[in-house]
Design a protein around this ligand. Structure first.
Ligand code: URA
Ligand code: SF4
Length: 213
C-alpha cells in the first residue's frame, strides 16, 4: 500500500505543472528510499546533476552526504531522501515561496506515507518546513518532537562544502544521530509508529481517493 502511494505521488510529480519550475526542469526528482524508512532526509531542491539524473543528492553534496551517513552508521539504502521542491530552480537559486507552497503537498504526502520516526532537515529552507523563522545556527543538531515524530534540523551538506568552518559542526551533528535514533525508538516504539500507519491507510481504498492534488 505504502509503495503504491509513493509510486502514485511519483507519477503525479512526473507530470506536475503546478509551479514555474516545471518549465526549465529536465527530470523531476521525487525522492528515493524504502517505503517504510525509519529515517528521512529532506534537502532543498535538485541541483544540476540531480536534474540530469532524476535522483536526489548525486552531485558533490551527495558525495558528502554519503560520508555523513557513514558517520551516522547509516547507508543510503536504508534511508529515504527527498527534497522540499521536486524540480531544479534555474541556476540553483533559492526556491521561491510560491514554489515551496505549490510543491509542499507532495512532500507532506510522502511524509504521511513513509511515517518516519525521525526527519532530518538539511539546510535553512528545509528547516523552515518545521521551524519557520528559526536560526539554524541556534538549533542545528537538536532533536525536537513534533506531531508524533522527531525532527532534527541540520546544516545542508553544500553549506559545509562552501564554508569549511561549518564542517566540524555538521560532522558532529551526524555523529549524534545513532543515539538520537535510539532515543526516538525508545520514546515512540517502532511498533506504535507502524500501528498508526496501518490505521491511517485502512481508510484509503485506492490511492486515487486521496484528494490531495
Ligand atoms: N541539494 C539538495 O538540496 N538536494 C539535492 O538533491 C541535491 C543537492
Ligand atoms: Fe510541481 Fe513541485 Fe515541480 Fe513545481 S517544483 S512543477 S510544484 S513538482
Amino acid at each position: 500500500m505504502t509503495i503504491e502511494i509513493l509510486d502514485w505521488i511519483a507519477s503525479e510529480v512526473s507530470v506536475c505543472t503546478k509551479c514555474a519550475l516545471h518549465e526549465s526542469r529536465k527530470r523531476v526528482v521525487t525522492g528515493e528510499g524504502p517505503a517504510d524508512a525509519e529515517i528521512m532526509f529532506i534537502g532543498e531542491a535538485p541541483g544540476f546533476h540531480e536534474n540530469e539524473q532524476g535522483r536526489p543528492f548525486v552531485g558533490a553534496s551527495g558525495r558528502f552526504l554519503d560520508q555523513l551517513l557513514e558517520q551516522a552508521e547509516l547507508t543510503r539504502s536504508e534511508v529515504f531522501i527527498a527534497n522540499v521542491v521536486k524540480c531544479r530552480p534555474p541556476g540553483n537559486r533559492d526556491p521561491q515561496p510560491e514554489e515551496l507552497g505549490a510543491c509542499s503537498e507532495y512532500l507532506h504526502a510522502q511524509i504521511e506515507s513513509i511515517n518516519p520516526s525521525i526527519i532530518v532537515t538539511l539546510g535553512r529552507i528545509s528547516m523552515g518546513t518545521y521551524f519557520p523563522g528559526a536560526k539554524i545556527t541556534a538549533i542545528h543538531g537538536q532533536m525536537q518532537s513534533i506531531d508524533g515524530r522527531f525532527i532534527i534540523p541540520m546544516y545542508h551538506p553544500a553549506a559545509a562544502l562552501h564554508q569549511p568552518a561549518l564542517r566540524p559542526s555538521i560532522l558532529a551533528d551526524f555523529a549524534k544521530l545513532p543515539d538520537q535514533l535510539n532515543e526516538a525508538r525508545a520514546v515512540l516504539g517502532r511498533h506504535a509508529v507502524r500501528k498508526k500507519k496501518t490505521a491511517a491507510h485502512q481508510k484509503i481504498d485506492s490511492p486515487r481517493q486521496l484528494s490531495l492534488f
